[in-house]
Design a protein around this ligand. Structure first.
Ligand SMILES: Nc1ncnc2c1ncn2[C@@H]1O[C@H](COP(=O)(O)OP(=O)(O)O)[C@@H](O)[C@H]1O
Ligand SMILES: [Mg+2]
Length: 342
């Protein structure tokens, strides 16, 4: 059996009822008993197999970055569990934690936040190698190889430059090279092209897809934009106010979204393409208030299909055809299989 075949359905990253709750208002408010809980991630479960690319999709504030940071142990889960290659992240210590920090990497949203403006590109890329104990004599070659991997032309010419001397697209490639230089097997890319001009997005995304395939990376791609997720990921998890609304193959979701929230996201992107911005969502109000989520289904106050049960009961995700959907429209088993929804 080939390595790819062996790993095909092996669960690599998983979340089990994972929670990340923050105290709003900080320590002072907490002392006065005035703090309130922000449930950035609130009971999320999924399995991701080795080599899979999964998009995390949803409007701003729905908990995508929080979820991504928890998967990388940059935030500690406040409830439930996240596991990586069979190990519970909460219990990782010492050498196992060091190995995890090499294997799992974040590609930042804003390339200018991800690098020190006073560092040259060489120093930017040498830092993770130095931390990992790579001998100085090997570093230059590894740096050049990483920049070639992200298809930065003539990489040697960039080594002595500073971040402000690069274009946004060039700098995002450097940021990607930095995340990849230790040869991770898991990456979380948090809106990696949202700060870039639309004209250079497709180029950076192509590099991301190409590198992911060549290195057989398991990847989480975070975006508020369905067109970008569709361009990069075979599977999409749709989040709203800290919960999963729908999870399934991206093409199925685009062709026939089941959850009313997903339907709104799809309706806002008539012809999904990475080169265009999307229309406003065809549902009321802007970003929801995480401090005052509705009872029952968190989406119900914007949902055109909401009924009495939605206020009373939190819907649990159910298998509907190729997807898992958390919506009372799909409660009766088989009652609303794909193709039979209004
Ligand atoms: N460190 C934090 N402290 C308090 N609240 C936070 C913190 N990080 C995120 N939040 C809140 O959690 C919610 C989800 O945020 P985030 O994960 O950044 O969403 P997204 O990436 O989907 O825009 C938001 O209401 C945000 O204000
Ligand atoms: Mg975010």
């Amino acid at each position: 059996m080939t390595t790819a075949g062996k790993h095909r359905h092996e669960v690599f990253v998983s979340a089990r009822d994972a929670q990340l709750h923050f105290r709003a208002g900080g320590a002072l408010a907490a002392m006065r008993g005035k703090s309130r809980l922000i449930k950035a991630v609130d009971g999320v479960s999924f399995d991701i197999c080795r080599g899979e690319s999964v998009g995390l999709l949803g409007e701003s504030g729905c908990g995508k970055t929080s979820m991504g940071r928890m998967l990388l142990k940059l935030e500690e889960a406040t409830g439930g569990a996240v596991t990586f290659d069979g190990a519970d992240l909460n219990t990782l210590r010492g050498e196992a934690l060091r190995a995890f920090r090499t294997r799992a990497q974040l590609i930042f949203q804003n390339p200018f936040d991800a690098v020190n403006p006073r560092f040259t590109i060489r120093a930017t890329l040498a830092e993770p190698l130095e931390n990992a104990g790579v001998p100085p004599a090997e570093r230059e070659q590894r740096i050049i190889a990483a920049l070639e991997l992200v298809r930065l032309p003539n990489p040697a010419e960039f080594l002595d430059r500073h971040p402000h001397q690069l274009s946004g697209g060039q700098l995002q490639r450097v940021v990607m090279a930095r995340a990849l230089i230790l040869q991770p097997d898991f990456v979380v890319a948090d809106e990696p092209v949202s700060m870039l001009d639309v004209s250079v997005r497709a180029g950076v995304l192509n590099v991301f897809r190409d590198v992911r395939d060549r290195l057989n990376l398991t990847a989480i791609y975070i975006s508020h934009d369905l067109a970008l997720v569709r361009y990069v990921c075979e599977r999409t998890i749709v989040m709203y106010l800290g919960r999963i609304m729908e999870d399934g193959p991206t093409e199925d979701i685009v062709r026939e979204p089941l959850h009313p929230y997903t339907r709104a996201l799809v309706a806002a992107v008539p012809v999904p393409h990475p080169d265009q911005d999307h229309a406003p969502l065809p549902i009321g109000r802007g970003a929801p208030d995480p401090l005052n989520p509705p009872s029952g289904c968190v989406f119900r106050d914007r949902c055109p299909k909401a009924h009495a049960r939605c206020a009373a009961e939190i819907p649990v995700p159910r298998q509907v055809g190729t997807r898992r959907v958390a919506c009372h429209l799909y409660d009766e088993a088989g009652a609303a299989a794909p193709g039979k929804t209004a």
